[in-house]
Design a binder for this molecule. Structure first.
Ligand code: ADE
Length: 237
């Protein structure tokens, strides 16, 4: 799985992608994350990448050609056209289901916007899908792009340690994760639930599922509805 990220701030992408689980998956060669600096593809002698909006109004707009040139450089040696995502609050809200679907692709390009956005014509020309990470506005598309990389990568085989981790975790079947405990047994006057010390695997599994269901119902009734529906449909995410 390869991610090519078109950005004005490659340092943000590299700083994240070289650490922790994503960094480990990169070292193992399971995923590739490249940050392409749009500024390197500016045709202007001052390396300009933005300009004033037509029709006035505040802010600056990212120009078509630096982005287009960066994209052409990315696809130069590709046999197949990659899937191109633009991160924007105008997009469809990102979900775990979409992460799982996108994890089946082998090449994703993510365009990160800045300032007042990008010239509409580059969206028309290269973008396949617009994604928002939530109903709030950020200063740029880099954090959303990294959220996509993180959520998609962990659904790629081999990125997490075992399939089990993936399956038991939050949201995988529309359920939140059950409560976790580690040593010491007692801390700040609070003890670990006895069942977890029983060594009875089947009972522990049952208790964890009950806890997940209870939590989801209390904290995220919207997800709980989806869970009930998925059960009724015999669906397995
Ligand atoms: N760029 C700025 N805000 C964003 C958001 N909420 N989602 C995706 N991209 C964005």
């Amino acid at each position: 799985m390869k991610f090519d990220i078109l950005t004005l701030f490659p340092g943000i992408i590299d700083a994240f992608a070289n650490e922790s689980i994503i960094g480990r998956a990169k070292k193992k060669g399971i995923i590739e994350v490249n940050a392409i600096n749009i500024r390197d593809y500016s045709e202007d002698k001052h390396k300009r990448v933005d300009d004033y909006p037509y029709g006035a109004g505040g802010g600056m707009v990212m120009q078509v050609m630096p982005i287009y040139n960066a994209y052409q450089a990315v696809i130069k040696n590709c046999k197949k056209k990659p899937h191109v995502i633009y991160t924007t609050p105008q997009g469809k809200i990102f979900t775990q289901e979409r992460a799982k679907e996108l994890a089946k692709l082998d090449h994703i390009v993510i365009l990160c916007g800045h300032y007042e956005g990008v010239d509409e014509r580059i969206i028309e020309e290269i973008v396949d899908e617009e994604i928002s990470i939530g109903d709030y506005v950020l200063t740029g598309g880099e954090l959303p792009a990294l959220i996509l990389v993180d959520a998609i990568s962990r659904m790629v085989e081999g990125v997490l340690d075992s399939k089990e981790t993936m399956e038991s975790e939050s949201l995988y079947n529309y359920l939140l994760e059950y409560p976790q405990y580690t040593r010491p047994y007692e801390v700040l006057g609070r003890k670990v639930p006895d069942i977890l010390l029983s060594g009875h695997e089947a009972n522990i599994k049952k208790w964890r599922l009950e806890q997940s269901i209870k939590r989801t119902k209390e904290k995220r009734p919207d997800l709980y509805e989806k869970y009930l529906k998925s059960l009724a449909n015999g669906e397995n995410l």
